[in-house]
Design a protein around this ligand. Structure first.
Ligand code: AMP
Ligand code: MG
Length: 349
């Protein structure tokens, strides 16, 4: 007779536990900030879920469907979207579409993803008064985040890189991108959200109605989770990521993203140098420590979480409210939500 809790069952349980702990530590602790709360512990039978690594980030897809084969096929297609975007847009890859775009000052834009990312990128730059700007690549590459013995750049190098940056110096017209030689496009603030939307589209085409896609904290959901309830998303505490949450959001056919200073950074002389650049100074933006945006689609949540992080609490919340969006911004003095959201969720910070 099988002894409950032993043999293959216990073996599988251990495996699941180990991978859950691994996921928790990596997604929660290292880089990422918005994570799914209650990862469907009670309803594994109805779900197909998998996490893969693309674009320097963990991409997690959870599909609720009785038809496992159909769910798997749809999931593979959705993951392929991220694989394709990674190939095209990896910033440090020397042979890809982005590199080719960055090496020239006049670029015919025929690739559909490049066209979409650039046109949406410039659109968000215009809407946010340039707080979100996809032309900051020359500045970004001065900060050796993730490298050994990182050091902040010299001011004169930052100024030179800034002189090559700025969305107003570039134009996208009639299928052609024109920009100063040396300006580097960086899609890091928008590509994950774009990928999530494209993946959701691919899943919908395959008839998937209940799903969550999470690309490094850029999350979009459709329908309900495996328990037939709204998907629940935990917003991490920026100073205790992975162990404490400041709010739990219920997401119904919407998207959420968080930008934070604790995701990618290094310390030098006791100061934190993180990955979100204030386009005015070329230095890491210092008006917020975390910004979460809820929007109808993932590209909007992604671009605007980066933008309102740069804006800071006061200006960022006003921007969200003026645009009919919800969000939470945290700075050194505390956390604050847009009025609409404040009525729905309790923030514990
Ligand atoms: P996110 O995690 O979505 O806030 O995006 C941060 C990434 O976007 C960085 O790692 C950079 O690649 C890029 N980035 C940094 N600052 C900005 C900015 N002000 N506007 C647009 N993209 C930015
Ligand atoms: Mg972003």
């Amino acid at each position: 007779m099988l002894n409950p809790g032993s043999g293959p069952i216990r073996g599988m349980g251990m495996k699941l536990l180990v991978s859950a702990v691994f996921l928790f530590l990596t997604i929660g602790g290292l880089y990422y900030r918005v994570r799914t709360e209650r990862l469907n512990r009670n309803s594994p039978g109805k779900e197909v879920r998998e996490t893969r690594f693309y674009m320097d980030t963990f991409v997690e897809i959870i599909i609720v469907s009785p038809d496992k084969k159909k769910a798997r096929e749809a999931m593979n297609e959705a993951f392929a979207v991220f694989g394709e975007l990674e190939r095209k847009f990896s910033f440090y890859n020397s042979h890809n579409l982005l590199q080719d775009t960055n090496s020239r000052s006049e670029v015919p834009v025929s690739d559909i993803d490049l066209e979409a990312v650039l046109s949406r990128g410039f659109e968000f730059a215009g809407k946010t008064g340039g707080r979100f700007d996809i032309t900051l690549g020359a500045v970004k590459q001065l900060y050796p985040i993730g490298k050994e013995n990182p050091k902040p750049p010299e001011r004169r190098d930052v100024e030179k890189a800034l002189s090559l940056s700025g969305y107003k110096k570039a134009s996208l017209k009639e299928g052609k991108l024109t920009k100063p030689q040396g300006m580097l496009i960086d899609t890091g603030g928008i590509l994950k959200g774009y990928g999530v939307d494209r993946a959701i589209e691919a899943l919908q085409k395959r008839g998937i109605k209940n799903v969550l896609v999470n690309a490094g904290g850029n999350i979009r959901t459709l329908g309900k989770n495996g328990e037939g309830e709204a998907w629940r998303i935990g917003v991490e505490h920026p100073r205790a990521p992975g162990s404490k949450m400041i709010a739990v959001l219920e997401l119904d056919n919407r998207a959420v993203a968080t930008s934070g200073d604790y995701q990618r950074y290094f310390f030098y002389d006791g100061k934190r140098y993180h990955h979100i650049i204030d386009p005015e100074t070329g230095e890491p933006a210092n008006r917020a420590i975390s910004a979460t945006v809820i929007a109808p689609d993932a590209i909007t949540a992604d671009a605007l979480s980066t933008a309102v992080f740069v804006m800071g609490r006061k200006e960022g919340l006003k921007f969200l409210e003026d645009n009919g969006l919800e969000g939470i911004i945290i700075d050194g003095n505390g956390a604050e939500a847009t009025d609409g959201l404040g009525k729905e969720v309790k923030i514990d910070y």
